[in-house]
Design a protein around this ligand. Structure first.
Ligand SMILES: [Zn+2]
Length: 445
């Protein structure tokens, strides 16, 4: 396997850049972000070596460091973070007509079955990274399938590309087609072997991945909790309270649990580095338990709208005194876009339907630093600051004629940023760097 993580010689990028460095939901946008209209970002050995106003950074730049001027109308930002996505469901994105539980049976399971075939897994993993990097997404938390080979294929490709990724084998030992089920023992053994092979290798991390409570027996959830206790620096990812029928089903399957969150709590699956997709139909006690344990939510707006699952409630999620750490996620194939810009636009609309208004600064945070915090990776990615890994995206504020004319009428940074979020998608991603290596460049139309 060629080593693609080796870095390029030092270089600097000069132009406007925007970064978030705290939680705007707690401390406000102004106190948690930095915008430099004429900035310089210096990259060396895969990391950001320096960043700040050009008038300061240029003076201390090591001799002979090449400085690339960014094109007019563009802006540098941290690479986007997608906190919950199923690479194996790429082939069924945009499939018509059902809600969650039918969708799983009709589209998800048949699509995932094909990953028994290693070649299919390899080809899909390649396509997944081609598409996510072109959309400016440089870090992902990924569900593979029940097949250990699907994880091997995914991590091998992630390793070749040098991207930061968290992923795991789906654990599923009931309420799924027989050929897609493992057992508590086998799921544990295969996950443990994958942890040994991939966790902490380069930029990769392993996530213990029960699909969701209904498809795991209590014995399998128990084993998942035990595995996490043995490997506490691994992640845990699953689904939580996405759909009303699902919530009712969980109540039936786990009658002694207080609620859905309590099911995961009982098996030791809450805590920092645990991240759950959705979290729509939660009671106050459940939000409080998530916040107290440091558990994160992955908000998946395009998926929630597409499957008619429900509306994420920002006011309750970010309640003063006990905000729940939250990142943004595509949830493809239930979600309808790999673009975090397109996903942000839907997050804004979902919030509107709940009577909340996310500011441009809050939205930008969600797709960058917010996602990094939700994955407990903010000390490595999600921002532009010395010491962080150089995952960067160059955004094109004139990507389409519609966006270009809107930005020409923008009053200020937030006005332009909001237009980019609402009207932008992968076309607005002009270039993507992973650990300082240019991995995607789009020629302006
Ligand atoms: Zn999902």
């Amino acid at each position: 396997m060629p080593d693609r993580t080796r870095s390029t010689p030092p270089f600097a990028l000069r132009g406007p850049y925007l970064t978030s460095f705290g939680d705007p939901f707690v401390d406000g946008v102004d106190a948690t972000r930095r915008y430099e209209s004429d900035g310089v970002v210096v990259v060396a050995e895969g990391k950001i070596a320096d960043a700040g106003p050009a008038r300061q950074v240029l003076g201390r730049l090591p001799q002979r460091t090449p400085v690339e001027r960014l094109p007019r109308g563009s802006m540098l930002a941290p690479g986007f973070v997608d906190c919950h996505v199923h690479y194996a469901q790429l082939p069924v994105i945009a499939s018509h007509g059902t809600e969650l539980l039918d969708w799983l049976a009709r589209y998800t399971f048949p699509s995932e079955r094909a990953f028994e075939e290693p070649r299919h897994a390899r080809v899909t993993a390649r396509r997944f990274f081609d598409l996510t990097l072109a959309a400016g997404t440089t870090a992902t938390a990924v569900f593979c399938t029940v097949h250990a080979g699907s994880v091997e294929a995914f991590f091998a490709e992630a390793s070749r590309r040098g991207v930061r990724a968290v992923a795991g084998k789906v654990l599923m030992d009931r309420h799924a087609p027989k050929d897609l089920r493992d057992s508590a023992r086998r799921g544990y053994d295969e996950s443990k072997a994958l942890i040994g092979r991939w966790h902490g290798r380069g930029r990769l991390g392993y996530a213990i991945t029960p699909r969701f409570a209904p498809t795991s027996t209590p014995g399998q959830l128990e084993a998942a909790g035990a595995l996490w206790r043995e490997h506490p620096d691994c992640w845990v990812q699953s689904h939580l309270s996405e759909n009303q029928r699902e919530v009712a089903w969980v109540r039936e399957l786990f009658p002694s649990a207080r609620d859905y969150v309590d099911v995961y709590a009982r098996y030791g699956l809450l805590g920092k580095r645990a991240i759950y997709g959705h979290g729509i139909h939660l009671a106050e006690r459940e939000f409080a338990a998530l916040a107290a344990s440091g558990t994160s939510l992955a908000h998946c707006p395009t998926s929630n709208l597409f499957l008619g699952s429900g509306l994420f409630d920002w006011k309750r999620v970010k309640k003063r005194g006990r905000p729940v750490r939250t990142g943004l996620a595509s949830d493809v194939g239930g979600g309808t876009s790999l673009s975090m810009l397109a996903t942000l636009a839907e997050a804004y609309k979902v919030a509107r339907l709940r009577g909340a208004s996310l500011s441009p600064g809050e939205l930008f945070h969600l797709a960058t630093r917010g996602g990094a915090e939700a994955l407990d990776l903010h000390h490595r990615i999600g921002g532009i600051a010395p010491g962080l890994e150089a995952d960067l995206v160059l955004l094109d504020l004139g990507a389409t004629p519609l966006l270009a004319q809107r930005v020409r009428h923008a009053d200020d940074l937030d006005d332009a940023l909001f237009a980019l979020i609402v009207l932008g998608d992968d076309r607005a991603v002009r270039a993507t760097w992973v650990a300082g290596r240019l991995v995607h460049r789009r020629e302006p139309t």
